[in-house]
Write a protein that binds this ligand. Structure first.
Ligand code: SF4
Length: 341
């Protein structure tokens, strides 16, 4: 099975930027970015992030708001905060040198068993198996284990971990781990497994018949936000509000002022955007407000700031705020890539 998978990987692997390096820091950044974010999005952001923060030391020295600004659009901002925190730990406790063993990496903030095994095997050749959602799906299908049958989800995961630990190639553990994840991402996909081109079809007990649990359905929600602009010395300025530090979702990030339900007249709507966050599809009505009408919008005590559109691009904006402001000017002027080039 090892040879079949590695032969397939050598022939079919995608050329991804983090596969061209053995720098453990770069591999770590890519692994964190890839959790819950699409590869195409990560490809863009990975390069920009590494240009600005080429080492753990550079990342540790940065202001958190700048780290969040570079993370904007990738979502799940807790990942960026933990990455930043772990970089500081590496500088403070490991003389700015990342630990090499998976067991040691797991002591860092935000690095769990999966990420530790991925970094240690890919960058240092440690014989450690990774188990993420892709690996779990592929190996469960190979063996015909259903996560919601009588044995339960936790029991299946344990069996997958055992199977995976025995399967990982001792000579090429990093490639093996990347290969099995690649198989899950490109061939043994959740909805339409391509069994005809699968290198493990001979070993597979289910051949596409595995009952993959259904994805939780998306829900829809309508919200409205206020676009309040004025002419300032540096051109058009927009009013932004910072989310409270105690907020459980995206604390400290900047956004447009949200309007309370019912505060919106249809005629105020300048444009509508759609924005998905986890299982919710938001339909967002963006309404133009004049500066004089600001008193109508009660402050919730958070800091508000007038900023030029150019300056806004450098701030830790929520993904929604970045999307809305991107519609006011040519896309490139509000993008992170433009700012750092
Ligand atoms: S044969 Fe099909 S179901 Fe089995 S591992 Fe390969 S792609 Fe997945």
């Amino acid at each position: 099975m090892r040879h079949e998978l590695l032969d397939w990987y050598d022939r079919s692997k995608r050329d991804l930027p983090w596969r061209r390096t053995d720098d453990p820091y770069a591999i770590w950044v890519s692994e964190i970015m890839l959790q819950q974010t699409r590869v195409a999005v990560v490809i863009e952001r990975f390069k920009v992030f590494l240009e600005r923060f080429p080492t753990a030391e550079a990342l540790a020295a940065a202001d958190e708001q700048e780290v969040l600004a570079l993370w904007s659009g990738l979502g799940y901002y807790r990942r960026a905060r933990m990455l930043h925190k772990a970089a500081k730990t590496i500088v403070a406790e490991y003389a700015a040198k990342m630990p090499t063993a998976a067991a040691e990496l797991r002591k860092l903030p935000g690095i769990g068993p999966y990420t530790a095994a991925a970094i240690a095997s890919i960058a240092h050749g440690e014989h450690a198996a990774v188990v993420d959602g892709n690996v779990e799906r592929v190996l469960s299908r190979i063996r015909g284990w259903e996560s919601y049958d009588s044995v339960g989800e936790a029991a299946v995961l344990r069996k997958v971990e055992e199977f995976s630990a025995g399967l990982v190639d001792p000579h090429r553990p990093g490639d093996f781990n990347q290969a099995i994840m690649e198989l899950g991402a490109t061939v043994c996909t959740p909805r339409n497994p391509q069994c005809l081109v699968c290198p493990w079809a001979k070993e597979c007990r289910t051949l596409g018949e595995h009952k993959t649990p259904k994805r939780a359905p998306m829900t829809s929600r309508e919200i409205a936000c206020a676009l309040i602009v004025r002419k300032g010395d540096a051109g058009t300025e927009v009013l932004l509000e910072q989310r409270a530090a105690t907020n459980t979702v995206m604390p400290g990030m900047w956004e447009l002022l949200l309007l309370p339900d019912g505060a919106l007249a249809e005629s105020d709507v300048r444009f509508t955007v759609r924005h998905a966050i986890m299982q919710v599809n938001y339909v967002v009505r963006v309404c133009e407000f004049r500066e004089e009408d600001l008193a109508l919008l009660k402050s919730n005590g958070s800091e508000r700031r007038w900023v030029s559109l150019g300056k806004a691009a450098e701030m830790a904006l929520t993904g929604l705020a970045r999307k809305v402001l991107g519609k006011l000017r040519p896309r490139s002027t509000i993008s992170i890539q433009q700012r750092s080039s």
